[in-house]
Every structure is written in C-alpha cells, then in structure tokens.
Design a protein around this ligand. Structure first.
Ligand code: ADP
Ligand code: MG
Length: 347
C-alpha cells in the first residue's frame, strides 16, 4: 500500500556525469547534485525549463530509471529504483510513464493506431476479454479528448501530429500511472496543435489526479500548463516556485534573461526589453563558483568562490543566487519545500 507521506519520487543529491571515451579526458556534468521531491497526494503539473543542454532529459532519464545516477539516489515510493527487480521493477515501469518528443517514432506505419494501445494491454495483462480491452482503449482515448471512432482502425499517417501525441498520452493513461514524465512532448508538433496536447495533459492531471513532470525549453507553454516551475541551468536548479510567482517576479538573473528573451503576448511585459549583458567581471574558464557567472549581469568576484546555496525568497520560492545572501540559505531540501507548497492555481 502506498503511504502518502512517502514522496512519490525523490531525487537526493543526484549527479550524472557523462565521461568521454577511453581516450578522452572530457566529462560532462549533466546533472549536478539535484534534490527534488514529487508528491503523489497533491498532484501537480511541475515544469522543468531550461535551454538545450541544461540537463532536462538527463533528469527525465534518471527518474524513469533509464540511467543510474553517478552519485546520489533516485527513489520511487521510498525505494531506490536502481535496486528494483522483478515484480517491483515491473510495477515501477508501469506506474511511471513517459511521453516523448516524437510520437511518430512510437508508431509502426504498417499497423493501425490500435496497435500501440493493445500491446501494453497484453504486456501488462490489463484486460481479461476483447470487450474489456476495447472498453479500456475507448475510455483512455476519450480521457484525452479523442473520438474513438475517428481514431481506432486508422493508420498513423491518417492522424494529425497532435492526435498521435494524444494517443500516446492515452496509452500512458491505460496503465494507471502514478506519474507521467513528458519530455518536450510538443516541440515537434505544429504550434497550432500544441495547445490541444497540453490541454489533454492538464485534463489528465486534473481529472485523474496524475502528477505530471512537463519538461520543456519553452517557458511560454510551461506558464500555461504548470502549477510549479523548476528552472535549470547547466545541470542545476537555479530557481523554483509557483509558476505565477516565478514568471511574474523572477529572482535569478538567468530566469530574468529567459523571460526577457521571449516575446510575451502580455502588454505589461515589454518586448525583449533591456537584454541583459554579462557583467565586466573577468571569469576564468574553471572556477568552483556559480556556473552562470560568465553570462550573469550581476556577477561579482565572490560569486566565483563557491556554488550559491538555495536562498529562500519567500515561502515556496527559492533562488540559487548570491543576490539573496541576506535571506535564509537552504540545502538540498529547498526544492522539496517548494513543491510541497500548495500552488495558488492548484486549488
Ligand atoms: P537537455 O535535455 O536539457 O537538452 P540533456 O540532459 O540532454 O539536456 O544534456 C545535458 C548535458 O549532458 C549536455 O551537455 C549533453 O551534451 C550531455 N549528454 C547528454 N546525454 C549524453 C550522453 N549519452 N553522453 C554524453 N553526454 C551526454
Ligand atoms: Mg532534452
């Protein structure tokens, strides 16, 4: 039985280092001591945003158990997922579902769309009869806003990109997941179809109470679908909080840069106003301090001494930047607290 006090997923000081080949001395710190908790009892949409290469997919792969952390642990309902075997591993594979960027790669063009739904039903023995199988598929398709009679019996190319991606969400749903991890689910579909896919994820979250980790490089869509947001920069979470708070009052210079660089439809927000430039500070290539220092307009010499801790801006809002060094500094538990705080939009 699941205990609601045990977090659904818990990352503790998780680090992932990709080493170069045998002859290469280079290694990439894709994820740098990231701690974070996703609870199952207050299902939210949590967005992870950051530019390409910031470690978002590495975070997703760790949470899905595709890769193991170099240091630290990833727990699912209190169990270290690296140690799951047999039935427990099977249950984990079923309960944590992924939706990826390219829905087309999941479909075999020679099989009808039904195939991607019937395979998991067979694999996980979800249905006892053909009638029950059919009913499951219909329920799942309807839950994501698709009309079963217009979806089943078709071939993948007969559906739009948005419909295909929603079939994938439906497939995830049939498995009654406890968490859905969606890594750039709309970045390869037409802008006009993005809204419907994101809407279906939001509906799944709201009506079926499934928490969703929505990974994107697009702050705009994150703003529309999520309750909380985590901003990543070069393997670290640099800011976190309720989405309105972070977007309306960003505290970390990197978040400010991200927000300033997109054309917001909101007239209150000036277009690309005062694009920040890096400070005059001379930043050596290697230093133990803040990884954003070389691009930061507010960088000062002391920023290069050690990585900034997570400062508490206010209840439920944290930023890892020395600009806030007069505030309370939190350790790895900082982002747990943020996500444990009710978002104003989730009530
Ligand atoms: P994002 O999803 O935010 O674009 P990734 O998690 O894919 O970022 O990558 C983070 C960093 O790790 C990047 O510098 C990337 O080049 C590196 N990286 C990712 N996967 C591998 C891999 N399999 N081998 C080596 N380096 C990798
Ligand atoms: Mg990625």
């Amino acid at each position: 039985m699941s205990d609601d006090r045990v977090p659904l997923v818990e990352l503790t000081e998780a680090t992932k280092i990709y080493r170069g080949g045998m002859l290469s001395k280079t290694s990439t710190i894709a994820l740098d001591h990231v701690s974070l908790t996703i609870r199952g009892d207050t299902p939210q949409v949590v967005s992870v945003v950051g530019e390409s290469g910031s470690g978002k997919s590495t975070l997703a792969s760790l949470l899905l158990g595709f890769i193991a952390p170099t240091e630290g642990t990833v727990r699912f309902q209190g169990r270290d997922i690296a140690k799951l075997r047999g039935a427990e591993l099977g249950q984990f594979r079923r309960e944590v579902q992924a939706v990826f960027q390219d829905p087309f790669s999941v479909f075999n063009p020679f099989y009808k769309v039904d195939h991607v739904l019937t395979v998991p039903i067979q694999k996980f023995k979800l249905a006892r009869s053909t009638a029950q199988r059919q009913e499951m598929m219909i329920t799942a398709l309807e839950a994501v806003g698709l009309r079963p009679d217009e979806t089943l019996g078709r071939y993948p190319h007969q559906l739009s990109g948005g419909q295909r991606q929603r079939v994938i969400v439906a497939r995830a749903l049939m498995l009654k997941p406890k968490l859905i991890i969606a890594d750039e689910p709309v970045s390869m579909v037409d802008a006009s179809l993005r809204a419907t896919i994101l809407e279906s994820l939001r509906t799944v979250n709201r009506t079926l109470n499934v928490p969703i980790l929505y990974i994107t490089h697009d702050l705009g869509t994150a703003y529309h679908v999520s309750d909380h947001i985590l901003v990543m920069y070069r393997g670290s979470i640099v800011e976190a909080g309720a989405v309105e708070t972070v977007i309306d009052a960003p505290q970390h210079p990197y978040t400010r840069l991200l927000i300033d660089s997109i054309p917001w439809p909101d007239p209150q927000q000036a277009w690309g106003s005062e694009r920040a430039t890096a400070s005059e500070l001379e930043v050596p290539e290697q230093h133990p301090g803040c990884r954003f220092a070389d691009r930061c307009p507010a960088a000062e010499a002391h920023c290069l001494d050690a990585p900034p801790p997570n400062y508490l801006i206010k209840e439920g809002h944290v930023a890892a930047c020395y600009l806030y060094r007069d505030r309370p500094a939190l350790g790895g538990e900082a982002f747990r607290q943020v996500l444990a705080t009710e978002s104003p939009s989730s009530s």
